[in-house]
Design a protein. Structure first.
Length: 283
């Protein structure tokens, strides 16, 4: 049972200290989500709105910094909206964190939901799903040995080298966030699912659908992992007791993401330590 921290709602000036503390206490991973802006009046789909002080840093810059402050804990996006970027730029950012961390990056991707973010980034929201699919294919090819040439519906590249290659082979794991059928099908084509579930049965149902989609695309024998994110309003809240985590672990899920401070942003660091003791990953 591996426990990671969802750090997007931490205060910016405490992120480095939180990462060092989490590693010392035995947390397995740090997960940083992404928004580039949330305008006043934003109606967030989930209630209550989870971003606290909204001190939002660039996810790849932050993870690169945390790579230099830590040595063992895995660093992850959870999720990053790749369609806000050009694919080659995204590939360079992903590569940078993987190399600087010595191969500790997990890439969980998604689409986002806010049209004003896409407008501010100068990209089209309507085609974001198709573009994400094409981006993942292109980035995967860039990370393989040799030169890359690509021609897709949205992106093209002449024959070109792309070095260095990632430390992790064949590349950092690609996980997909979301609960729509399109998201679950997308996850099935890659390395894992980064999801939220309302109950153990809900998790089992989602995992069963992903298994069917993996079989449809001939990937049922490939390695695959589910990373479950606990949240306010879900079973046990966003930092459940160990007994609830073990109920989900019985499904074969090994990695979990929690936010022990909830909406008490001023006490994030103390709660990181307290929760580690509560569930038995630290003395």
């Amino acid at each position: 049972m591996k426990i990671g921290l969802n750090i997007i709602s931490m205060k910016a000036h405490e992120l480095a200290a939180g990462a060092v503390l989490a590693e010392e206490l035995g947390y397995e991973s740090l997960w940083m989500g992404e928004h580039i802006l949330l305008p006043h009046g934003t109606d967030y789909p989930a209630k209550p709105q989870p971003y606290g002080p909204q001190e939002l840093l660039d996810v790849f810059v932050l993870l690169g910094h945390l790579a230099g402050r830590t040595s063992r804990i895995r660093l992850a996006t959870g999720i990053v909206m790749l369609p806000l970027r050009a694919p080659v730029l995204a590939a360079r950012q992903i590569l940078g964190v993987d190399v600087l961390s010595g191969g500790r990056l997990d890439l969980a991707v998604g689409l986002g939901w806010h049209p004003e973010e896409y407008a501010a980034a100068g990209t089209e929201m309507r085609t974001r799903g198709k573009r994400l699919d094409e981006m993942l294919t292109l980035i995967n090819e860039l990370f393989q040995p040799g030169d890359t040439e690509f021609q897709g519906e949205f992106y093209a590249m002449p024959p070109t080298p792309f070095d260095p290659k990632p430390v992790q082979k064949p590349r950092p794991p690609f996980l997909v966030g979301g609960r729509s059928e399109a998201a679950l099908r997308r996850a099935a084509r890659w390395d894992g699912w980064y999801g939220v579930c309302a109950s153990v049965q809900d998790a089992a149902d989602c995992m069963g659908r992903i298994d069917r989609y993996r079989a449809e695309c001939g990937r049922e024998r490939e390695p695959f992992e589910t990373v479950l994110v606990f949240y306010q309003g879900g079973p046990g809240g966003d930092a459940p007791p160990r007994a609830i985590i073990e109920e989900f672990a019985a499904l074969g899920i090994e990695r979990f993401v929690v936010t022990p401070w909830g909406f008490d942003y001023d006490n994030a660091l103390p709660r990181i330590a307290e929760y580690a003791r509560e569930i038995g990953i630290a003395d």
